[in-house]
Design a protein around this ligand. Sequence first.
Ligand code: GLC
Length: 491
Amino acid sequence: MEWWRNAAIYQVYPRSFADGNGDGIGDLTGLRTRLPHIANLGVDAIWLCPWYPSPWKDGGYDVSDYRDIDPLFGTLAEAEKLIGEAHDLGLRVIIDIVPNHCSDQHPWFRNDLRGRFHFRQSETPPNDWRSRFGGSAWTQLEPGAWYLHLYAAEQPDLNWDNPVVRQEFRDILRFWLDRGVDGFRIDVADGLVKDFTKPDADAPYSDQDSVHEIYRDWRRIADEYDDRVLVGEMWLPDPERFARYLRPDELHTAFNFDFLCCPWDATAFRQVIDATIAAHAPVDAPPTWVLSNHDVTRHVTRYGRENTGFSFADRQHGVPTDRAKGVRRARAAIMLAAALPGGLYVYQGEELGLWEVEDLPDELREDPVWHRSGFTDRGRDGCRVPIPWGDNEKTWLPQPSEWQALSVAAQTGESESMLSHYQRVLQHRKELTGDLTWLELGEDVLAFRRDEFTCVVNFSSRAISLPGTAFLTSTEVEGGQLPPDAAAWIN
Ligand code: GLC
């Protein structure tokens, strides 16, 4: 069964999800007790951000042991229990795998196995490649011995030309597949292969043709098991290049960041949706629809701003936002994303309508982007604040006091709450079938049919007449008039 073709997948950032032992840090005990919250949302799977032992120099994406669980979170035995309990609730479990780099505390790096990394002897940095977190991509281990890191200096890039590295990751995949995980979210999937012979201007550390061999190899492994999936994280400018990763013998799906970055604008969304569907069709892969994740500004905050798009180059930290407008649009946005054909991702807390926390004290920031950017980019801590359950918890990053009113306890059973809205949307989403056909309902309105179902989203500043009676709306609708920044589902 190709369950991943239209799955709704809930992203858990374990450190900020649910705390079982009261130390302010999310853990597996907390996650296990809260699995019913996720199942009740009506999703098909969870994706867990890294849970491996890590020195936490990049939110767990600096892995020091790929075959264990960070003691902050629990034990391997508990992880196995969690996988079983999730399965019992009908939830599949996708885990993050980080193959581009490991931690500088990984035994390979500590034991100075230089051939498994990219080391160069040189007086000065071997080339001008930049770290994606700011600064040079090269650091000296000792004078004249430079190693490559596309991210933080504590995340040395692995050398995928080395067969030992390839074999190690095959074994890691099997290690977790044997423990019942349903798939992997592949971190920086486009980055594994580097071509040092090409000019820096060609960005020869991303999307090199031979990276596809790795995923063909991984696909063969996944296919030895039933129903397992490979999901790629690639931020690539060209949708056709992106779709190459989704050819039938490579990855199953990947995150659609064009959709995530798209400004709140009917024309822009229509273009992204059309381009996405067009790029995926030739490789017969399902598109996915993503609004937020642990790397970007939460969309309640984005959609309340003057400039509603997202870019890493300027995350507009602190730029004023109209939160009420952001929430209104977020209620409509999930109806748009959930109505489209393909897969859907929901980032923990968006079902509560959480916003980006932009007033964290700087001394609490952990994202390496903050210091590597020379303290100009406040980074990603603001979307990683633990989510509120309603028990006045102490948390490793402080929650805004207003979040108690948005807690899971406060929203449960309240029919107008964001949580109830997400539950209705995700429940009805399961019934949707068919391809997308656009309807023309006027300027700044997005409307499409899928079989008997119609989705209408009003991006304009006036109310519009709905072409039928809605069974689900993002806001109150009177006299068949859909207000601005609202969506309706019609059968
Ligand atoms: C991915 C992750 C991000 C991490 C980076 C380096 O983009 O989503 O959180 O910092 O890779 O591993």
